[in-house]
Design a protein around this ligand. Structure first.
Ligand code: MN
Length: 260
């Protein structure tokens, strides 16, 4: 990490998500961003794209709908949104910071590779814009504790942007499913891992054909201290630096013995 990060006073923040432009989490994040800086752009998917990962739409044209000043909906994926925002909509004034979320539900452990929320931050990172993904964990989908992210996100963003983190790295932030005043601190973590559970529903449609619906596949196994899972289930805000280079460096050395 080096000294100078993002100067929030003069920042131009791009906000996107994977839950769609009308999701409560992106409205919250845009509000948080507007309290941090003067210029906030929202470019987000028309419809929910959770689980879209880092996909690009290549088989059809993309439509962009202007909803207001610096507010656009794209009929594509989170990655499409960030790409169009940086390369087209904001081409004359590139964002200096990208915020993704706040996602309805945590992005912990291997969620990172499925998540459209994290992927939007990945795309910004690839385009050389520092990016933070933010997600709110919940116990009951009907009672998501948005006030927790609302109370702690600005502080996390302020402290993170005081640094310039490595170029191929995004920051994955998760807020615990506890009331805002019960949060037990902010901790730096590494990506954890969960057990794969039983999540595929198998039924028969009204015409007698079987269908399948992928449900929650993961079981919490928060017993590894130092991980994002452990922090969030302990009531802490988790901050994980995620590297876009997926190479296993140790395995490179081992494989070089086989392919000298
Ligand atoms: Mn989502």
């Amino acid at each position: 990490m080096t000294e100078a990060g993002v100067d929030l006073a003069s920042a131009r923040i791009l906000v996107s998500n994977d839950d769609g432009i009308n999701a409560p989490g992106i409205k919250l994040l845009a509000k948080i961003a507007r309290a941090l800086c003067r210029e906030v752009w929202v470019v987000a998917p028309e419809r929910e794209q959770s689980g879209a990962s880092h996909s690009l739409t290549l088989d059809r044209p993309l439509r962009v709908r202007r909803l207001g000043a610096r507010r656009y909906a794209v009929d594509g994926t989170p990655t499409d949104c960030v790409l169009l925002a940086v390369k087209v909509l904001m081409r004359d004034k590139r964002p200096t910071l990208m915020l993704s979320g706040v996602n309805a539900g945590a992005n912990l452990g291997e969620d990172v590779t499925y998540s459209g929320t994290v992927a939007a931050a990945m795309e910004a990172t690839l385009l050389d814009v520092p990016a933070i993904a933010l997600s709110q964990h919940y116990a009951d989908r009907r009672k998501i504790p948005w006030a927790t992210a609302g109370a702690h996100a600005a502080e996390a963003i302020r402290r993170l942007t005081a640094l310039r983190w490595p170029r191929d790295t995004l920051i994955n932030v998760n807020f615990p499913a506890v009331p805002a005043d019960a949060v037990a601190g902010i901790v730096v973590t590494r990506q954890g891992r969960r057990k794969i559970g039983e999540g595929v529903i198998e039924r028969v449609d009204p015409r007698g054909r079987p269908y399948y619906w992928i449900g929650p596949m993961r079981e919490e196994s928060p017993d590894m201290p130092g991980t994002d899972l452990h922090a969030v289930t302990s009531g802490k805000v988790s901050v994980t630096p995620v590297c876009l280079d997926l190479t296993n460096s140790r395995a490179v050395a081992e494989l070089e013995r086989v392919f000298p």
